[in-house]
Write a protein that binds this ligand. Structure first.
Ligand SMILES: Nc1nc(=O)c2c([nH]1)NC[C@@H]1CN(c3ccc(C(=O)N[C@@H](CCC(=O)O)C(=O)O)cc3)CN21
Ligand SMILES: CC(C)C(=O)C(=O)O
Ligand SMILES: [Mg+2]
Length: 304
């Protein structure tokens, strides 16, 4: 098998075009805005830092397969997260806890292959970094080398600082994830975090510590909007909110939630922009009725 980082889709800079025409030169330079995909290269963590300087907000979505990722890439979504939410959204587990490194590596490589411009960030799954910095570096290195991702995300502030520092010193960009950290569901449940002075102070302290350790961005999940605003003002690196109010630098949602594919009750922070479950179910039923009723296939679908 060709390692993903050697294939066309990998997150290594492609060789510059021999003929740098005026149009090309413009397209290769820094994007005027992060959203839109006008640039002819991968988004980098430097682009994200520049967007914070301009006060520009940006979107992030999860992705777990090449085809869906290509839709988001072509739609100009600057950052895609191969989230361990693949556990419940793609692999049929109850939570993110059972997700393995093998599963992360395979689906991350698929997302990288399906995209050209988005920065691809992969979660380190539960159990892949809690042993310590050397375990974290070994597993993060695998996702960078084998899957071709451009950055790694891990949960926890203070408790993951040594891991963050080692990855950053090794040249692997790290996104930190604070507030509700779903890999700790068995300890904390799915509840708003950072309520009350003590807990709010802990979130702010963790965010500053993550930035100090070299994190290029911080996800804030299910924290009060006022606290997220305070953290966003306090940090030089961008904050990415999910259930963290309107004042974060960026917003992330799980793609199956935002597109209306996830069944059942959704978290309060989700907004649905499509009804894919209905659309796809309708297509399946129409196909089934066509087959059982003899309407498909017709001559135009057949060979003589
Ligand atoms: N489909 C999906 N969407 C997500 O946002 C998501 C995942 N899966 N898996 C990984 C984590 C888990 N997340 C979750 C899971 C449940 C709630 C939840 O039950 N929220 C309720 C209760 C809030 C409360 O009681 O304080 C809500 O109404 O928001 C929130 C975030 C966020 N992530
Ligand atoms: C919800 C986002 C931030 C995440 O960690 C995931 O999708 O796994
Ligand atoms: Mg996650």
């Amino acid at each position: 098998m060709t390692p993903a980082h050697l294939s066309a889709g990998a997150q290594t800079p492609s060789a510059p075009a021999a003929d740098a025409s005026a149009a090309d030169a413009g397209a290769k330079s820094s994007p005027k805005s992060l959203y839109g995909g006008a640039q002819n290269r991968r988004i980098t963590i430097r682009d994200l830092a520049a967007a914070k300087g301009r006060g520009e907000k940006w979107p992030m979505l999860t992705a777990y397969d090449a085809m869906t990722a290509s839709v988001f890439d072509e739609s100009g979504i600057p950052v895609l997260l191969v989230g361990d939410s693949m556990g419940n959204c793609h692999l049929g587990y109850e939570t993110t806890v059972p997700v393995t490194m093998d599963e992360m590596a395979i689906l991350s490589a698929a997302v990288v292959r399906g995209t050209k411009r988005s920065l691809i960030v992969a979660d380190l799954p539960f159990g892949a970094y809690q042993e310590g910095p050397s375990q974290a570096l070994r597993n993060a290195t695998r996702l960078v080398k084998e899957s071709g991702v451009g950055a790694i995300k891990l949960e926890g502030g203070q408790r993951s600082l040594a891991q963050t520092e080692l990855l950053v010193s090794a040249g692997i960009p790290v996104m930190s994830h604070l507030g509700l950290t779903p890999q700790s569901v068995n300890a904390m449940g799915y509840r708003v975090q950072g309520r009350g002075e003590q807990d709010a102070h802990e979130v702010l302290r963790d965010a500053k510590a993550a930035q100090e350790a070299g994190a290029f961005a911080v996800v804030l999940e299910m924290v009060p909007a006022g606290l997220a605003a305070e953290v966003t003002r306090a940090l030089e690196v961008p904050t990415i909110g999910i259930g963290a109010g309107p004042d974060c630098d960026a917003q992330v949602l799980v793609w199956t939630d935002m597109a209306g594919l996830t069944p059942g009750r959704l978290p309060r922070f989700v907004k649905q922009y499509a009804a894919l479950r209905e659309t796809l179910g309708g297509a399946a039923k129409a196909f089934a009725e066509d087959v059982t009723g003899g309407g498909f296939p017709q001559a135009e679908h057949s060979f003589t």
